[in-house]
Design a protein around this ligand. Structure first.
Ligand code: FVH
Length: 290
């Protein structure tokens, strides 16, 4: 595929519009469709062609990018389209099972499917921080790589169509864990004369520093050694948990966001104080996979 190859985009919600805008700005002829036609207006004004139906939009180009609300909406939107010979790139968020089933569904209809997970919010599209995880047909990824790289960086995760969705949901799950901690932290300082902005200036570098511990967790999970070179052993962390809970009590802050993780640490320690007490928290992963 050449740099300016034409493509179709199904779904011009917040994310679809951001994607479409990037392709148009880079000179790609773009055909768009949206269930609510008025939502294609912004892209049409920038040069996109609006199709009257999803089937018409699919017929217009071999490469069809889908960015709809959820997997059910993908099935509904494409129900009447002839997918023969089409290359579908599905950027709709779904589960790994959704992605695998949708890939098989596409092949049955004569199409090839690449699944994608967008790791960006709409304003990030077209900026260096944005990227999309892809999985499924490697040939499809290679063929359209240049076009796919226009709105966001590309990261191919493997031939299993479910992998991009798995990475996507795992990353989002980690993000929500971080949001939970950030929410609790702001609640703690909220009652004092601490300016939220000043606190954020302290919090953000700390979160950056701690994010790097994921590499250590990865190394321990790969080696199976949870105790070598541990700097913050579980027994110490469980002892410290009392301070976190008492501080929450002193500040009048509910502990529902904090408690699940602290309880998990305590359960791991109670299951074997002599063995698990010296472990890194990487050992908690085993508790979540009974
Ligand atoms: N926006 C974000 O922050 C996140 C960032 C990471 C990736 N997500 C995923 O991207 C998909 C699209 O999200 P979006 O932000 O564009 O969402 P909306 O603005 O709400 O647009 C939804 C589009 O889906 C269409 N749609 C909904 N149901 C149906 C249906 N049954 N049949 C056909 N189309 C449907 C909707 O059409 P309309 O409501 O305008 O008629 C929009 O085009 C999503 O998977 C995020 O998880 C975004």
């Amino acid at each position: 595929m050449t740099d300016n190859s034409p493509l179709t985009l199904l779904g011009t919600g917040a994310m679809g519009t951001a994607l479409g805008r990037a392709w148009l700005a880079a000179g790609h002829p773009l055909t768009v469709w949206n269930r609510t036609p008025a939502r294609t207006a912004a892209l049409t004004a920038e040069g996109a062609v609006t199709a009257g139906s999803a089937a018409e939009a699919v017929a217009a180009n071999r490469l069809v990018v889908v960015c709809l609300l959820d997997d059910a909406s993908v099935g509904q939107a494409l129900a009447d389209a002839d997918l023969t010979g089409r290359d579908l790139v599905n950027l709709t968020t779904g589960t790994p099972a959704d992605a695998r089933a949708r890939a098989a569904w596409a092949e049955e209809r004569g199409a090839r499917l690449l699944d994608g997970g967008i790791m960006a919010v709409p304003p990030m599209i077209g900026t260096p921080g944005a990227y999309v995880l892809y999985s499924g047909r490697a040939d499809l990824f290679e063929e359209h790589r240049d076009t796919l790289a226009v709105p966001a960086g590309t990261r191919y995760t493997g031939t299993d169509p479910g992998l991009a969705a798995l990475y996507d949901v795992a990353l989002l799950s980690a993000m929500y864990g971080m949001f939970a901690g950030v929410t609790h932290a702001f609640a703690l300082v909220r009652r004092e004369e601490v300016a939220p902005g000043e606190f954020a200036d302290v919090l953000v570098p700390w979160l950056h520093a701690m994010a790097g511990t994921a590499h250590g967790t990865a190394e321990r999970l790969a080696s199976g050694d949870y105790t070598g070179g541990v700097v913050s052993p579980l027994a110490m962390q469980v002892a410290g948990a009392g301070t976190l809970l008492r501080t929450a009590q002193e500040q009048g802050v509910r502990t529902e966001l904090l408690r699940p993780f602290l309880d998990l640490m305590r359960r791991r320690l109670e299951a074997g104080p002599a063995t698990h007490g010296a472990e890194d928290i990487a050992g908690l992963v085993d508790l979540l996979r009974p």
